[in-house]
Design a protein around this ligand. Structure first.
Ligand code: GLP
Length: 260
């Protein structure tokens, strides 16, 4: 696992957007897995800026969703489908046909989950999966004690996650209890995992993810199993790590040609 400590969220967004631009240059139709929440927004802004400046051609990029609420009416502004269309697909000038996600309003949720895993594999697999992290260490919506080999499925949110996400809704009561999320086993199939964490509220979860044992109680620790996982943290999110000197020295000594 590579740990990159950046000065702030904007620097993290720029670094990761550059890695995505590099990927799209090598593979113009790369399948990019995107995360929601506030943390990845600087990545999407930096990538859209590179695309408008003509620094990267994103026109053939394909976008896929990590997770979704269950039971929100189709088109609800806080459904993750709406969020990804608004924050990623439209700013990049892509059409909805370049985007795929699980159907959180399906009658048969179990079938929708299995369909989504099949669709990801049918699309050739995810080339780069962006991840945020919950304050309880979740990735996607894989809450603590999720199986480390889980597939896309329905999950129940912890109260902590519902409270954390209530800021996107008018009240806590409106935050759904159930969600669909790519499983940890599904996420681990992406070719490159890039987790961005910013702010002190994430410091404990980051320390457990990076320096704690591999444990289902900290779902993000599953990144330790992946051969190409990058964790980008700002100073505040890095504040509870013990090996920061080593991580800084390693990144500073990295050959210029080697991207994250
Ligand atoms: C939600 C999403 C996660 C995201 C997390 C953290 O739970 N399902 O993918 O990582 O929120 O969000 P934020 O970046 O806003 O802290």
């Amino acid at each position: 696992m590579e740990i990159v400590i950046v000065p702030d969220a904007a620097a993290g967004g720029e670094l990761i957007a550059s890695a995505i631009a590099g990927l799209l240059t090598r593979k113009p139709d790369a399948l990019l897995g995107v995360a929601t929440g506030s943390t990845p927004l600087p990545i999407y802004q930096a990538l859209a800026a590179k695309a408008s400046a003509g620094d990267v051609d994103v026109s053939r990029a394909r976008i896929c969703q990590l997770d979704e609420y269950v039971g929100l009416p189709p088109g609800h502004p806080e459904s993750y489908r709406s969020v990804v269309l608004r924050e990623v697909v439209e700013p990049l000038g892509l059409s909805a046909s370049s985007f795929m996600g699980p159907d959180g309003s399906a009658e048969d949720i179990a079938a929708a989950c299995a369909d989504y895993d099949r669709a990801l594999a049918g699309a050739g697999g995810v080339d780069l999966q962006l991840l945020g992290i919950g304050t309880d260490g979740h990735i996607g919506f894989n809450e603590p004690c999720s199986s480390l080999s889980s597939r896309t499925r329905i999950k129940t949110l912890t109260e902590q996650t519902r409270v954390d996400n209530a800021r996107f809704f008018d009240s806590l009561d409106e935050v759904p209890h159930h969600v669909i999320t790519q499983g940890i086993g599904t996420i681990l199939e992406a070719r490159h995992l890039v987790l961005l964490a910013t702010g002190e509220a994430k410091a404990e979860a980051v320390a457990l993810t990076v320096e704690g044992p591999l444990a289902a109680v900290v779902p993000a620790s599953a990144l330790q199993l992946h051969p190409h996982a990058t964790v980008v943290v700002d100073e505040a999110a890095a504040s509870k790590l013990k090996l920061t000197d080593y991580f800084r020295a390693t990144y500073a000594a990295k050959p210029a040609w080697q991207s994250i």
